[in-house]
Design a protein around this ligand. Structure first.
Ligand SMILES: Cc1cc2nc3c(=O)[nH]c(=O)nc-3n(C[C@H](O)[C@H](O)[C@H](O)COP(=O)(O)O)c2cc1C
Length: 433
């Protein structure tokens, strides 16, 4: 049975009370969560979200694709029961094992313990952790790109698309209907019971925002996933959150392509880019920053930029940092710590991939000078390479110390340009004395 839409108190848009047919033999059986305002702690959800689950009915089997978050289990099962009997269900596909898609799995399996579960190879270990001691009582098959499951007149074809955004993620293509189930990929947090992208409100902001906070750190993997998806015939994309993309589904794939494309590429070409950020209360670290900048700019093959973090919000720097090859942070030690704006910027870097970028730190201090080491540790935690020990100078730098700073800048630029770093050789070390 498929019910109509009914209005829901407090929300401008109607809410589906039952399963919704999205294609011939395919139903949406997900849940709406319009009141959610913060997802996974890290994401704001001004429109709430949806947990999308789907049922595909073939001539020789019925498949459930993903489930919902645990608190919505009862309504998910009610919708499922309105379109299929448990003894008809042959297949459970889990495209992603995160709890917002698998919360209802244990209860579903209690009712349909005979189903065959299909997960990616990396999904297997997460499923084991999810089901604990019950895991061994179920039939679980790992699938990779090209593997298929037949439902008689319908075929589910799997695409292994890891790290969009967990190691386990995969997509499932319903071949005969050109319908692609993508789970988090191409999804967004936007709750509107009208469900289809050509009927809901304007969710472009939500789509880009979701990409920025969930997919952006994994751009390389997103590119690999798009390489697999783009050659497919696609009439509809059915993601795990937000609207079902039935109108112009390729536009959303094209938007992902735009979002993963380097924005500054045409400006900088193959040139290496180095960004120097600093803060300074009494001007000592600022003087150091100026000298590090002077030293680095002597290099012709590195484009160097200098920014005072006191100059504003850190957000605009994230795009620059994403495409930069190296980052240098200057901070004084204040009350045994680096300055807050530096931490604000460093903690904002979770949204981008910083792995392998060059990192370095410098700063003035009065007596303990912990800040530089703390910033270096954070950069190492972000998997950046930190080739030079941080430079610390007590109070305001002397002319000789400024020259040390210039040299620090020269060496970092040389690391970045892939040139051998000239070092003074300590003869006493060589002679072993
Ligand atoms: C409020 C305050 C707290 C400080 N706390 C520390 C500290 O914990 N450890 C330290 O080595 N220096 C400390 N200092 C000294 C500064 O790090 C030092 O003056 C430094 O040269 C300031 O650099 P700037 O001119 O770039 O701000 C403190 C200075 C101030 C004003």
């Amino acid at each position: 049975m498929t019910s109509d839409f009914a209005p829901m108190a407090g929300h401008a848009h109607p809410t589906p009370q039952g399963a919704v047919q999205i294609a011939e033999g395919v139903h949406w059986i997900g849940a709406l969560d319009p009141d959610l305002r913060s997802f996974d702690i890290i994401l704001k959800t001004a429109n709430g979200t949806t947990y999308n689950s789907y049922v595909v009915r073939g001539s020789e089997g019925v498949a459930v694709i993903d489930t919902v978050k645990a608190p919505f289990t009862a309504e998910f099962l009610a919708k499922l029961e309105s379109v299929a009997r448990y003894d008809e269900i042959t297949t459970l596909v889990l495209n992603h094992l995160e709890l917002d898609h698998t919360g209802a799995v244990p209860e579903f399996l209690r009712r349909a313990p005979h189903v065959n579960i299909y997960v990616s190879p990396r999904g297997l270990q997460v499923l084991r952790a999810l089901l604990k001691d019950d895991f061994d009582s179920y039939s679980v098959t790992t699938v990779e790109t090209g593997d298929t499951v037949s439902l008689g007149d319908k075929t589910l074809r799997f695409l292994t698309t890891p790290y969009v955004h967990w190691p386990d993620t995969q997509c499932t293509w319903l071949e005969e209907q050109n319908l692609l189930f993508t789970c988090d990929l191409l999804g967004c947090h936007y709750c509107d019971g009208r469900l289809f992208n050509d009927r809901v409100g304007d969710f472009r902001f939500a789509f880009d925002y979701y990409f920025d906070h969930i997919m952006r750190p994994f751009k390389g993997y997103v590119a690999q996933a798009l390489d697999l998806i783009e050659p497919l015939e696609i009439d509809m994309i059915a993601p795990g959150h937000g609207p079902v993309l039935r109108a112009h589904p390729r536009d959303y794939i094209a938007q992902y392509r735009r979002l993963i494309t380097k924005r500054l590429a045409s400006e900088t070409g193959d040139e290496k880019t180095l960004l120097i950020f600093y803060v300074s209360a009494y001007g000592a670290t600022a003087q150091m920053a100026g000298a590090v900048y002077e030293g680095a700019t002597e290099s012709d093959d590195v484009r160097v930029s200098l920014f005072d973090l006191e100059g504003g919000d850190v957000t605009p720097f994230i795009d620059l940092i994403e495409e930069a090859d190296g980052l240098i942070f200057g901070t004084p030690t204040i009350n045994g710590d680096a300055v807050r704006t530096v931490w604000d910027l460093l903690s904002s870097l979770v949204d981008i991939d910083t792995k392998g970028k060059l990192g370095a730190a410098f700063g003035s201090y009065g007596w303990t000078g912990e800040a530089v080491g703390m910033v270096e540790s954070r950069m190492q935690g972000l998997k950046m390479r930190v080739p030079e020990k941080g430079l610390r100078i007590k109070m305001h730098p002397t002319e000789d110390e400024l020259e040390e700073c210039r040299d620090f800048g020269r060496r970092l630029a040389a690391h970045l340009a892939g040139r051998a770093v000239a070092r003074e050789i300590d003869m006493s070390e060589l002679l072993g004395s």
